[in-house]
Design a protein around this ligand. Sequence first.
Ligand SMILES: C[S@@+](CC[C@H](N)C(=O)[O-])C[C@H]1O[C@@H](n2cnc3c(N)ncnc32)[C@H](O)[C@@H]1O
Length: 450
Amino acid sequence: MWEGLVKPVACLDHRHFNDVVDTKPQKESKKRKRRKKGPSPALVTGSNSKLGERTSGGADDVIDIESSEGEYYPHGATGQDQILQRNTSNGSESGVARTKRVHTPDSQPKPLFSMPPYLGKNLLRPDFSGGVEPIPVPCTNDVDSDPPPYLKEYITKSRYQGIPLGSNECSHPLLLRQAKACEGCVVHDPDDPSAPMSIHIPFERREDDFREDWLKERMYGRLPYDKYRRLVVGTDYNELVECNERCGCGEHCINKEMQKGLSTPIELYKTVNKGWAVRTLVAIPRGRFVIEYVGEMLTQDQAQRYGSYYDALKRSYLYDLDYPESKKTPDFTLDGFYASNVARFINHSCDPNLKIYRVYVETTYKWLSHIGMYAMRDIEPGEELSYDYNYGLHEPHDGHNLHAAGKLQARNLENDQENTSKHIICHCGAKNCRKWLWRPSHTVDDSEDD
Ligand SMILES: C[S@@+](CC[C@H](N)C(=O)[O-])C[C@H]1O[C@@H](n2cnc3c(N)ncnc32)[C@H](O)[C@@H]1O
């Protein structure tokens, strides 16, 4: 079953990197064409672990060794143990050619190293996603006898009622600002305009691109990701544009990290005082995309009604896409209660390791962006994943959430001026913990915060 999901390609399209670092793009594009005509090589991966259902072993699987920095398996691989071999005989400068491709249909794959498939002792489900994610998401509970948490439907793409994202012919007013091909993409090979080929051309050093990257260097129109699949856009920003189908650069484009989905092994597990939580099973380098927050888009009315119900459960799964601009009455709310993915179990921390970016793909309409979660620092294997829910002690908040790309909803709690029992104490354990996940502002004693 899993073999069908294996993508038979490397995760990086090195054309992008070469372009960005000012190699000769036109020659490179010819090389790519030549390679396409050559024999179709393949590298075999294998896996051997407790969750062995997902072994790949397909003769077409290709592992990109350049991107395996600090992690066990990259995009395109589904297994837990990988056999990787460098092609030392090929002296090409291209990273693509440095992956050795071996046909071993009958040979037994030998694991290079193994990875713990989960950290908890009591495995409840080997894959909480039920096969929907590209890699399994084990669910464990070492705390009590609770079964896996309720999630009616596991989805990996948000549902926008009546707004068919991605449709070329859609005339919905919100999609009038449909995304065009990203800057830097051309539809035809510049050498041969008739060729039905799209490539990334080198980015002009645009003087008007004042954004800065992590290292405070000017972006100058660079792609938001580097060759190690890390987001390079600085934390002062909260949005980025990925290539879309109009770019025509293909599914292996470096600028489609979020669209490729979950590639980091993570585990859903039960905590003592925060309910369910998510931790990483491998080291995650800073800037790596981890997961998208997905759900169903609600109308305002629905959000109000459902919100009261979730608040009664002291669980909020409503994500306001139009925060902080529309603080009181969000029009665009993603509901992760019934249909969502494991991102809905990621808890809040006042010292988080994930940062949320709006990722535009199908449309540049702000409130229909994807909600991408990225590592904001290097994360150790076993660390709980967390982001800042942006519940200020006083809503609307002033300081820390200026660069927020939406937030988990606390609107219904805020409206309930009487019921102070709805306070939620923060158990993130950070040194700089703000003590409360949320509490009504009328109960806040300002002196406590000094
Ligand atoms: C989006 S859910 C996260 C998953 C949740 N732990 C669960 O079991 O479903 C948000 C809820 O988790 C709980 N939560 C998240 N972070 C917390 C924290 N730092 N301290 C206490 N409770 C937390 C709160 O009940 C909050 O309303």
